[in-house]
Design a protein around this ligand. Structure first.
Ligand code: GLC
Length: 427
């Protein structure tokens, strides 16, 4: 049983990548990319204190941005656990920080009314039983003398499953388990995935699961085959890309999906990566995702002090300003199943069509496939009536409704001005 309805209603979530890697501040793959031996990484474990960490502040910023759920890295590929696991010493409660960040995250975000998701890495570069030599990503993959002698992968799977059970049992209602990622022969039952999913559903029967027990950001998995496996997950997780036409299965049925994006070019905090996408761009990408029937998960990589980067805080504020006015055209909306207009995009909720004008047209905004006699139009920012043209200029195109945008060529919102078009017989 999984409750995909809230997911489709929510549309907009926060991804949080936080852990020891915020200290070297070169992204969450720093150990793998730099083939960093564990002994060079452990000083960060002994130093991690996050003096400014405040999950309630994180939650307030997410709520103000208009986000409806959040997913935090309980454990990333480096194996460091932000939660007080009984199965490892490599955890936040054993650092100078000394706290269970997952507990504080879950409580704070729930208190702000957001749903809680936990990211959990299937990879684990700290665990001795995880493959080292020959693995394409392990930091020690080429280290002289390092072999897989004595490594017992089944013992690692017991550890991994036990930790997921801890996350299921100790942190209240978890709405999403965001596993990451499958590669090579490590996919599906190589993770004992059916057992893992059944365990999650035993303790958290409502929890949604992503599709990465089968694939990575690449590939859709069995969700699109018409014959999903027991561990297909509930949604596809395209990474740093918006599917050109949404995602359907082989039978043409829409499949739930959630595109995940970084604000800059790194998931984990990266001191030198100041290439942040402007809020205007992320707003338009959110509209695009929803217009194609998907969700958008936008990432923040908090720094070693536990703070959101200043750029991220500003972007969240600006996204929230737009969502406060126009959120109605996002939440619970999806595909319009009409041709995309030249000037923008369309989202639909029930009988109401939301016309997103991103690039003001000259003259009227043509809405395809809508009979002007049967609809009324309202500027979403003010609720005021938007005029529907009925004059000689538009008379040649009876299959379109033309919205007259008035004498001012610059629209109320330069990022995306929205007009709601709904049946006149609606209450
Ligand atoms: C990629 C990255 C991983 C990140 C994930 C988010 O898999 O390797 O670090 O957590 O994308 O989708």
């Amino acid at each position: 049983m999984s409750n995909i309805d809230w997911f489709r209603e929510a549309r907009f979530g926060l991804f949080l990548h936080w852990g020891l890697y915020a200290l070297p501040a070169r992204g969450e793959w720093v150990r793998s990319v730099e083939k960093m031996p564990e002994e060079e990484y452990m000083p960060f474990f002994r130093e991690f204190s996050a003096p400014d960490f405040d999950a309630r502040e994180w939650a307030r910023m997410a709520k103000q941005a208009g986000m409806k759920y959040a997913v935090l890295t309980a454990k990333h590929h480096d194996g460091f656990c932000l939660f007080d696991s009984q199965y490892t010493d490599f955890k936040a409660t054993n650092t100078p920080f000394g706290r269970d960040a997952v507990k504080e995250f879950a409580e704070a975000f729930r208190a702000e009314g957001l749903r809680v998701g936990l990211y959990y890495s299937l990879l684990d570069w700290h665990h001795p039983d995880y493959p080292h030599a020959g693995d394409p990503y392990h930091p020690d993959r080429e280290r002289p003398g390092v072999t897989n002698e004595g490594r017992n992968f089944d013992r690692y799977l017991d550890y991994m499953h036990a930790q997921v059970r801890e996350l299921c049992q100790n942190y209240g209602r978890i709405d999403i388990f965001w596993f990451d990622f499958s590669y090579g022969d490590l996919r599906g039952e190589a993770w004992r995935a059916t057992e893992l999913v059944n365990m999650v559903h035993t303790y958290q029967p409502w929890a949604l699961i992503d599709n990465r027990l089968e694939v990575s950001g690449e590939g859709f998995g069995s969700l699109v085959t018409g014959h999903p496996t027991a561990y297909s997950g509930d949604f596809v997780s395209p990474e740093q890309i918006i599917p050109p036409e949404g995602i359907r299965d082989v039978n043409g049925n829409d499949v739930p999906w959630e595109a995940n994006f970084t604000m800059n070019n790194n998931w984990g905090y990266c001191e030198n990566d100041r290439h942040f996408k402007p809020a205007s761009m992320l707003i338009r990408k959110l509209v695009e995702c929803v217009s194609k029937g998907g969700n958008m998960l936008v990432n923040v990589g908090p720094d070693a002090r536990g703070r959101f980067p200043a750029e991220s805080r500003r972007i969240l504020r600006e996204m929230g300003d737009w969502m406060t006015v126009y959120g109605e055209s996002i939440y619970g909306c999806g595909k319009a199943n009409l041709p995309k207009p030249e000037y923008g995009r369309l989202t639909r909720k029930g009988d109401t069509l939301y016309v997103h004008i991103l690039d003001a047209p000259v003259g009227y905004a043509a809405v395809p496939g809508v009979k002007k006699e049967s609809v009324r139009a309202r500027w979403l920012h003010s609720g005021a009536e938007a005029k529907i043209a009925g004059d000689w200029i538009s008379g040649n195109y009876p299959d379109h409704t033309f919205l007259a945008l008035g004498p001012e060529p610059v629209l109320p919102d330069p990022v995306d001005t929205v007009i709601a078009v709904s049946p006149t017989n609606q209450p």
